[in-house]
Ligand binder design. Structure first.
Ligand SMILES: [Zn+2]
Ligand SMILES: [Zn+2]
Length: 320
C-alpha cells in the first residue's frame, strides 16, 4: 500500500490498483468509475473495462493510453456497477468494489481461486445482512402501490451511478416514470452501452410540460438529503414521498438511514455473510482488507482461522 493506492508487485511486474494519480511507466488498474476509484490524472497505461472508460468520460475524466485487457492479467466482473471489475494478477485477486448477488442487469461476481485476496469490506460487520432482492422488490412495489392508490407520487433515490440504474430497472414498470436530469444522463449512457432501461424524460422537462401535476408518478433521483432544494420542492409542490436505497439504510449507527421517508437496504456491495463466503470460496491463504471495517473484518476472519490483516501503508513490506 502506498500513498497513491495499492502497488502490486508480482514476479517483477508492477501494477497500481485504483491509484489516485495514474503513474507513468506502470499499469494503472481502474476497477470502476465511482469517484473514489477514478484517478485524477492520466499517466502510464490505464487498464479498465470499456464501460468504465465511457462512464468516466461522462463524469469528466477522459482516459488516455487506455487498454481494455492485458495479456498477463485477468479482469473479473465484480457485479458492483456496470463495467466494474476485479483483477487477478498471478495468484493475487483484488476485488475492487464487489457484489456476489444478482440485482437486475448486474450479475453476481464469480470469485476466482487465489492465494492472496485483497478485498473491500464496506459492510464487514455482522450487523450488515441485507434481505433478498426479491423481498426488496415486493416491499417497495407495495409501498408505491399504497401511495399510487391515493394519488401520491413516489421518488426512488439511490447513488446516481449504480444504484439509480438498478432501481430504474427493478421499478421501471411503474407509469409514468421520470428521471432526475442527472440520472437520465447516466441512464441514457447505460442504454447506449446495452443495458435494458426504459427511456424517459428528465425532471426539468417533465415539470416544464406540466406532467408532474398529473399525479401520481414515480421518479428515480440521486440519494439526497431531505434538506436538499429538489426534495423540498418535490414534497411541497407535489406532495411526493421519498424512498432511499442504501446498504446503510437499516443501521442505527449511521445517519444515512434517516434521509428519506422510507429506507431500503439495497446495496451494490457484498453484505457481511457474502463477504465471508467470498473469502472462503476464493481459497485464499492470506487476506488483506481495505475500505470500510478493515480492522474488525480482519479480526473476524482471524477468529475463523483465516490469516487476515488490514492493508495499511506500513504493511507494504509483507505484501510485496
Ligand atoms: Zn464503487
Ligand atoms: Zn468504492
Amino acid at each position: 500500500m502506498t500513498t497513491n493506492g495499492i502497488l502490486c508487485q508480482v514476479n517483477g511486474t508492477q501494477v497500481y490498483l485504483d491509484p489516485k494519480r495514474a503513474v507513468s511507466n506502470s499499469i494503472n488498474f481502474v476497477s470502476h468509475a465511482h469517484a473514489d476509484h477514478l484517478p485524477s490524472k492520466n499517466g502510464g497505461t490505464i487498464l479498465s473495462s470499456y464501460e468504465t472508460s465511457e462512464i468516466a468520460n461522462l463524469r469528466g475524466f477522459r482516459m488516455e493510453n487506455h487498454v481494455f485487457e492485458h495479456d498477463e492479467y485477468t479482469l473479473v466482473d465484480s457485479g458492483h456497477i456496470l463495467g466494474a471489475k476485479g483483477i487477478l494478477i498471478d495468484d493475487v485477486f483484488y476485488t475492487g468494489d464487489i457484489s456476489t448477488r444478482t440485482r437486475g442487469f448486474l450479475e453476481a461476481a464469480k470469485i476466482p481461486q487465489c492465494k492472496t485476496l485483497i478485498t473491500e469490506c464496506t459492510f464487514g460487520l455482522p450487523e450488515f445482512v441485507f434481505p433478498k432482492t426479491e423481498e426488496i422488490e415486493s416491499q417497495v412495489n407495495q409501498i408505491i402501490s399504497e401511495h399510487y392508490s391515493r394519488g401520491i407520487p413516489v421518488i426512488l433515490m439511490g447513488y446516481q451511478l449504480g444504484k439509480a440504474q438498478t432501481i430504474s430497472q427493478l421499478f421501471g414498470h411503474w407509469e409514468p416514470l421520470y428521471y432526475h436530469d442527472s440520472v437520465k444522463k447516466m441512464n441514457d449512457l447505460h442504454r447506449k452501452l446495452g443495458v435494458n432501461l426504459k427511456e424517459s424524460i428528465g425532471h426539468s422537462e417533465a415539470e416544464s410540460q406540466g406532467l408532474l401535476d398529473k399525479k401520481p408518478w414515480v421518479m428515480v433521483a440521486p440519494l439526497m438529503s431531505e434538506k436538499n432544494f429538489f426534495v423540498k420542492h418535490m414534497k411541497s409542490k407535489y406532495g411526493a414521498v421519498t424512498i432511499g436505497f442504501s446498504g446503510w439504510a437499516k443501521s442505527p449507527r449511521f445517519v444515512f438511514g434517516r434521509r428519506s421517508d422510507y429506507s431500503i437496504p439495497l446495496s451494490d456491495h457484498c453484505d457481511f455473510n457474502e463477504l465471508v463466503s467470498m473469502v472462503k470460496q476464493s481459497g485464499a491463504e492470506k487476506v488483506y482488507t481495505i475500505h470500510g471495517f478493515v480492522n474488525e473484518f480482519a479480526e473476524i476472519l482471524k477468529k475463523q482461522g483465516i490469516d487476515a490483516q488490514p492493508l495499511k501503508e506500513e504493511s507494504l513490506d509483507d505484501f510485496i
